[in-house]
Design a binder for this molecule. Sequence first.
Ligand code: ZN
Ligand code: ZN
Length: 492
Amino acid sequence: MAKTKQPAVKSYFFSKGYVDLKNTIVSAWKSNARSISRYKDNLSGLSGETWLKKLFFGTINILAMLSVIICGSVITTVISAIHIAILLLFMLLVYIGFTVIWCIDRIYLHKNKIFTACHVCKEKSLIPTYLCSGCGVQHTRLTPGVYGILHRTCECGTKLPTTFFNGRKNLSAICPYCGHPLMDRESRPICIPIIGGRSVGKTAFITAFSKEFIEKVAPSKSFHIEFYNSEKEQIFKEIESDYISGGTRMTKHASDTNSTSSVSFSFFVQHPSLKPERLVHVYDIAGEVFTNNDENEVQKQYEYCQGMILMFDPFSVPEIADKYESAMNAKDIAGIGRADITYIMDSFMDKLRQVTGLSEREMSRTPIAVVLGKTDTADLENCIGDTAVRELMRNQSVVYQDYYDTMDHICRQFLKDNGLENFVNQINNKFSDNRFFSCSAIGHTKDSGPYDPKGVLAPMEWLFQKADKDMAKIWNDDSFSKVPLSLIPAKK
Ligand SMILES: [Zn+2]
Ligand SMILES: [Zn+2]
């Protein structure tokens, strides 16, 4: 309920009602006093009269004065009490009214997991700052309260809706923290940061996922996609051109200059059975955040994200790179995100904690998908890719019946075999809900033709299932643990 002063007119019973009550009581007593002084004047006007007149009119005026003092006071007191009672009753009714509607509004927001995740500064707010459609003044708490139950009147005279069910979400809004325009429309956000060191393929993953989801999954599941704003639409144009050229570039965007270490690609997902509409934010977290010591700004989105993707370039591990170097071409070798193995194992969790600002307990509850990329390079397809998964399922069909359980097992085993057992154990210890995936975002060596992604949807679908059961149900009728058949690549 509105606690901070709002640029709006307060409800009659919480403002003018008091003034009217005070004025009525004061004027009633004043009128009593006026009557008494009139009778007093009458008495003093009798001085020159005969004793009979004096006795007669004097008695009348004294009686009248007494009746005003006694009866007038009693009547005024009773009427004032009735007035106060009526005012209090209406005040109570209005108070109950806005409290009930305020509660309904809050319950609706919480039940539907609606909040605003600013796409620029990443701060979370339950209700953004709304702007008056008439004068543009900021209403920081546009909720039912002393300014009105369903509507409030702005100081400029414009009537503004104060609840989810009568059009509040259609007003222009800004972030209460950074002031950037927001278009969230009281939707339910699904926030997934893509994290990992430099050159591990995060941007390629986002490019491949976005294009596949928006152009293949959405039409087949009757999801209607709407870009968050023109800036995000521009990002998708770049995604499309990268997809065709096989490149990866993510330009810096104007409004992101104050938080350059992460850029969000945001779009609405609408479906007749999804109320409210969903707002997907996929965050591309600059690799430098994890590899440099100088940048450690806290990324607010980790406090509320429903899951994260940790991209991992297998070739960043020297053992693996050395093993497969002979089978790689010069471009592949140049694109490797080299990093010290000890760093990956020992300091990654610290880095993550620093960057996210989350406590260990908070972090452990967030589902994490560890994605081993670049399966198209060297012989990785036969070690952790689709071929390897099918091979193991065929040979040990009793043990490995689930495609993604098998993939999870193969990826963990691959990392353990290459000296990364510590890393696998750390993920297990620090994140109670984790799963390993392999994928190839570009599908082939960099810059050699359009994307042909493999396995980019599965980790995202797994996280979406954790984030939003209703949407995941539409995305795929089969539960993830029971092999989402539609996601398993066709047999070659
Ligand atoms: Zn903001
Ligand atoms: Zn206004």
